[in-house]
Design a protein around this ligand. Structure first.
Ligand SMILES: [Ca+2]
Ligand SMILES: [Ca+2]
Ligand SMILES: [Ca+2]
Length: 241
């Protein structure tokens, strides 16, 4: 009998709802901020090196020369130096065209299972415009899960329940859900063991769990001589004659 398994993670979903205003005609429209604003941003973490998370800074009203603003990153649940590269400085926004600037923050890739993490980009000291939205939220979605393996237990036919142990190669800060199902090898489902399809959940911070529902069948020995046995309604019964 073989056990097939597939590992899933129970992740943390986040959603961002853009700010809307309702115009005179009753239809929703994006507000044009009069001062400087910064968008939120999100990215899926890589496994090595860095990848850029892009924040857009923009101002409303007419084109204006000499618009600048200071920026600085700040930890929330993400940590500068291990999840992203801290940054601070002064950025200039275009006088015309998009009236905007792009701020790229390097996100550090790794292979460590983590929760979704966030950090801030805070704006201050605007020149040429006021601040309408002084904070961007950066969301790093993790893409790492532990590797799962399963052992090869054995049990005598009279041994009752066969227990498989599923192990993870590292802990995770989230629960790992592993789907499993039995598949026939030389043993036959229904006469040698009972088929099972289910999920095993290994809690956050733990590295193993047990599947203990594969009972060899029948659980008691069949006599070598009379009575002969037949199977009915999922159980073995003596067959007369
Ligand atoms: Ca990764
Ligand atoms: Ca990370
Ligand atoms: Ca990671």
């Amino acid at each position: 009998m073989r056990i097939r398994s597939v590992l899933l993670r129970v992740g943390v979903a986040t959603a961002t709802i853009a700010a809307l205003t309702v115009g005179a005609g009753g239809t929703a429209a994006h507000a044009a901020p009069p001062g400087i604003s910064i968008t939120d941003a999100s990215i899926t973490e890589g496994d090595s090196g860095t990848s850029a998370m892009s924040f857009t800074l923009q101002y409303g009203g007419g084109p204006t020369a000499g618009v600048t603003v200071d920026y600085a990153t700040a930890n929330v649940t993400a940590t500068a130096g291990s999840d992203y590269v801290a940054a601070s400085g002064t950025i200039a926004l275009a006088a015309g065209g998009c009236k905007c600037a792009t701020l790229n923050i390097p996100i550090i890739g790794d292979t460590v299972p983590e929760l979704t993490e966030i950090f801030q980009v805070n704006l201050s000291n605007p020149v040429g415009k006021t601040l309408t939205d002084n904070q961007g939220i950066g969301t790093i979605t993790d893409n790492d899960i532990p590797n799962a393996s399963i052992d090869n237990p054995s049990v005598s036919e009279n041994g009752g329940t066969m227990t498989f142990t599923v192990s993870l190669d590292e802990t995770a800060p989230f629960a790992s859900v592993i789907g499993f199902s039995t598949a026939a090898g030389t043993a036959t489902a229904g006469s040698d063991y009972t088929s099972v399809i289910n999920n095993l959940t290994i809690p956050a911070g733990q590295t193993s769990g047990a599947i203990a529902r594969c009972r060899p069948f029948p659980a008691r020995a069949r006599p070598a001589a009379w009575p002969r046995w037949h199977r009915s309604s999922g159980s073995w019964w003596p067959r007369p004659g």
